[in-house]
Design a protein around this ligand. Sequence first.
Ligand code: ZN
Ligand code: ZN
Length: 259
Amino acid sequence: MKIIENILGGFIDLLFPPRRVCPLCGKSQEEKKICDSCLNMLRGFREEQVCYKCGRFFHVPEEGPAGVGQEAAYCRDCIGGGRSFFMARAAGPYSGDLKRAVRRFKYSGRRDLAGDLSGIMFDRITANRHYNRVDVIAAVPLSPGRLRQRGYNQAELLAYGLSDRMKVPVLPLLKKTRETAPQTSLGRPGRGENLLGAFALTGAGAFTGKTILLVDDVITTAATLNIVSETLVRGGAGQVLGIAAAAGRTAAARGKGGI
Ligand SMILES: [Zn+2]
Ligand SMILES: [Zn+2]
């Protein structure tokens, strides 16, 4: 009977192949991989100009992305300095299908999306010479309460996905010592204060002078990245580079910025 079942099962699979969908847009296709139109979209994001420092995308004016911020290398928030990380990048802006995929990954238990999301993060940085000298990967930590509630740290899953591709180890360098209000619920001035003292080193592993890749799911204002990176730099890190699946859009600095 088992054999008949298997044969029947095979026929059914042939007639009705298991549903395979693009992990970003959800379009049905033959294989479970990112579809061609999403790959095109991601290529387009890589060609958009971003803030050299925080990697956030510039606002797109009505006439489209051509010429956006051509002369502005830094965003309004980075032009004055005060960033503890060397640079950060994200696979795309936090909107549309990418935003929906990140939200499913983070809030709907879809930890299986870590592979595809870390893949597009890797594609974003693999040709960038600064990211080729990473020694250690660390994830932005969750508070113990949030970790219990969610069951996983989404940034850590992305860090392990990147580790597989980059052949660089993930080390548990950081912990979040208390819960903080969601950054999006606060006005700009309150965001730095909200995070102050919320992150600490775990004392795991020596990283003095090392280049650390700090992984998060989304760069909203880069305030979290900044404070966590500051913790690492104070602890002796040589340099911190940031990477996220998605980043917000921001205003370019006025006039010729920085570089
Ligand atoms: Zn797609
Ligand atoms: Zn910036």
